[in-house]
Design a protein around this ligand. Structure first.
Ligand code: GTP
Ligand code: MG
Length: 224
């Protein structure tokens, strides 16, 4: 299938983020986990800069992607966390701001990338928890285990089991190096990027929070 992808811009602050309503799928994960490599593997181009040294991606890099006849969307490469800059393990402010604490009209989904060789790192568990407070629906976040090519078959099974058990969610194994798992990942991305997925979801349950009830009706409430 034909894939067209291009770099749009690097955002240093929330003001530079897209506001045209196209779906955004952000890749988030520790430095060096393989976010930029996975974007390149998905779009089959060397668009995003990768490096063996952690902390390569320091800004929010935005790519516009069109695959086949599906509507265009953005793949967003976020700076990695766990990169000890000034001793801080925190997520860079620009990555944090990417997921607004308040409701916005941006259609956000996230792929949390974890290294298949290191299941259950505290920073990944923390990122997973935090993401679920920021991304609107649990269905809008998926977890990908990267660099699966580095594990032998038996190790893969063990690592995937452990990951799914610590994160208590399904995890998709993938490799930017061999292309393994990319077809499944594309299916997932197409679902996340589909602007109709919100309107086709079941009617929301009644809100029990009066503040939430005052929010614009077009937004789906959190399901947690
Ligand atoms: P930051 O920008 O620092 O946050 O890192 P990143 O998450 O974007 O990682 P990047 O894509 O730059 O990859 C880091 C290193 O891992 C590079 O040396 C890549 O070649 C390697 N790498 C990434 N994905 C894979 C993979 O699927 N398999 C293997 N074997 N190596 C990979
Ligand atoms: Mg990167």
């Amino acid at each position: 299938m034909k894939i067209e992808a291009r770099f749009v811009r690097s955002a240093a602050s929330a003001g530079d983020l897209p506001d045209d309503g196209l779906a955004e799928i952000a890749l988030i994960g520790r430095s060096n986990v393989g976010k930029s490599s996975l974007i390149n593997a998905l779009v089959r181009q060397r668009l995003a800069r990768t490096s063996g040294a952690p902390g390569k991606t320091r800004l929010v890099n935005i790519y516009r992607v069109e695959r086949g006849s599906a509507p265009p969307f953005y793949l967003v490469d976020l700076p990695g966390y766990g990169f000890a800059r000034g001793g801080s393990d925190d997520l860079a402010a620009v990555a944090r701001d990417y997921f607004p604490a308040h409701r916005s009209r941006r259609a956000l989904a996230a792929l949390l990338l974890v290294d298949s060789r290191h299941p259950g790192l505290p920073s990944d568990i923390e990122a997973w928890r935090w993401l679920r407070t920021r991304v609107e629906g649990v269905d809008d976040i998926s977890i990908v285990a990267t660099k699966i090519d580095k594990l032998a078959r038996g190790e893969r099974i063990r690592a995937m089991r452990e990951l799914e058990s610590v994160l208590d969610a399904p995890v998709l194994p993938a490799s930017a190096a061999t292309g393994e798992g990319l077809d499944e990942l594309w299916k997932l991305i197409e679902r996340l990027a589909n602007p109709n997925r919100r309107s086709s979801s079941p009617p929301p349950p009644p809100r029990d929070n009066p503040q939430a009830a005052a929010a614009p009706a077009a937004r789906r409430p959190r399901r947690r």
